[in-house]
Write a protein that binds this ligand. Sequence first.
Ligand SMILES: Nc1ncnc2c1ncn2[C@@H]1O[C@H](COP(=O)(O)OP(=O)(O)OP(=O)(O)O)[C@@H](O)[C@H]1O
Length: 330
Amino acid sequence: MSTQTQAPAGPDRPGDVTATPAIEISGLTKTYGSSDTPSVDNVSLSVPAGTVFGFLGPNGAGKTTTIKILAGLLSPTSGRTRLNGYDVAKQRSAAMQQFGAVLEGSRNVYWTLSAWQNLQYFGRLKGMRGADVQVRAEELLKGLDLWDRRDEKVGGYSRGMQQKVAVATALIADPPIVLLDEPTLGLDVEATRTVMEWIRTLSRERGKTVLLTTHQMNVVEELCDRVAVIRKGQVIADMSTDRLLSQFRERDAYEVRIEGDLPELSLPAGFTATSAEGATIVTGRVAEPQEIYALVDRLREQHAVVQSLSQVAPDLEDVFMGLIKAPAHD
Ligand SMILES: Nc1ncnc2c1ncn2[C@@H]1O[C@H](COP(=O)(O)OP(=O)(O)OP(=O)(O)O)[C@@H](O)[C@H]1O
């Protein structure tokens, strides 16, 4: 007689992080109410532990819906999501211990409480001991430059400070997975930098898995190891960030800055000139790098003084448009 081993109740292979993806989404579909069209349509993705994964797509593509399902805030119409091997629907309590989340509009923060009170409240809610919450809250508030204003109500903070409190709240219980929906939306340059440095530290030094959505190309470029692009609820690309960027660098535009106001310049097809504060900016796209040298020669023939030549990185909208024309996976 043979003995059958029961499948473990937790992750498929507990402790084996290489075998269990941190985030696993299989055939996920969500149709809201009586809508005919699914907002998330048979999405499957696997995010290895320790990765910063960019979940990208145009407005209304289905990113927030997917994150809300991962966070257990919405039920899918069909399909399955697992966090560190724990099924979000069937092993809810264990799955909820695996992540912290920053959702749109800092909804994981109480505005009438101070930053300190928010962290105490959410730490206790996550089952932490009071003494541990105090230590962790101090570490987070100091790290995010909020310590001096920890006793003020979050509602009175600037948008950047509120977002930093949202990040701190998500990290209070030191979860292995961090879900960040537009973590830098509406932040100024300095606050964006702080939040980005934190995300990088979380991944590189603390081994966390980060899934983030963003519309900012620099965030993708600087932080993400891998990206998936979703459009109309469907994944149209799932590849390394390097591959995504190299594919689109070829389509990059160039910008040549010329001394003086010279809108009458004769330019090759595809280039345009605009005046800008005592200078002229010539922009356009080239198929071959040599074309840019031909442009510069032509400008010099017209006695234009070239001050600078730079490549303009594509923005994410360009990337999405390119992917729609040429879907890609690797
Ligand atoms: N509560 C809801 N009820 C009905 N439809 C919804 C609801 N929430 C989202 N949707 C619809 O689902 C689709 C996907 O929305 P979702 O917010 O997930 O997109 P997104 O990719 O996060 O967009 P954005 O970048 O603008 O935040 C959209 O068509 C949206 O209108």
